[in-house]
Design a protein around this ligand. Sequence first.
Ligand code: G3P
Ligand code: MG
Length: 244
Amino acid sequence: MRTKIIAHRGSKGTAPENTLESFRAALKSNCDGIELDVHLSQDLVPVVIHDETVNRTSNGEGYVYRKTYQELQQLDAGSWFNKRFTGARIPSLEEVLQLLKVSRFKGMLNIELKTDKIAYPLLEETVVDLVERYQPDYQVVYSSFNVQSLQKVIGLVPNAEIAILLKKRGAQKAFLPNGHPIQAWHGSHRLVNDMIKNNKRKIPIRLWTVNRLFDLGYCLNKNVDAIITDYPNRALRVRDRVQG
Ligand code: G3P
Ligand code: MG
């Protein structure tokens, strides 16, 4: 089984992260999956953006949860990256699900619940409701640095696929506090050997964020389940060389 190539925030290296433009570029690369980050607007719309604020990736300022979806829609989320992306917007999760539907996407959608800094009330409920409504015929994996969020997801959809995000050595968790098994580790690529060594249950190991040729080659040689990268085209080329 070849290592899956997952596009991090879409094709983050070549398009403004977490925009439809970035997800279209990822789809065009023919990668095996897409990772995105979700926060909640003031009016409880799940929106796709990495940071708690809009400052870094748009022409606006302030916290996402203090703006309505309509206010967020008015921001330019493209020109900070490159002028040719002027007018790109912060998409709702629904817009991305719609794009994947019309594109007949069949890969893995990794929805990262960004609840490690802000405890959004109802984030898990609104995200899960939306995804269930779309009845995706592709794999959906919910990930988070926050165990409580994953536990909430399982409380809502007991057969949901959940993955814990890891950034520190020795922080592997195998089970949620209620004993429910965690189905995959999404770890910093620096932890690859540590994760492989401690993977008693042989769950899938997915590594982020693997961009440099050396790191891609190193991680692909370990035959992990997936690599999450800002450069899906580059990672696919390296995979062809390393894994055939
Ligand atoms: O999901 C993998 C990776 O995206 C986790 O870190 O900060 O890029 O969301 P971050
Ligand atoms: Mg992420």
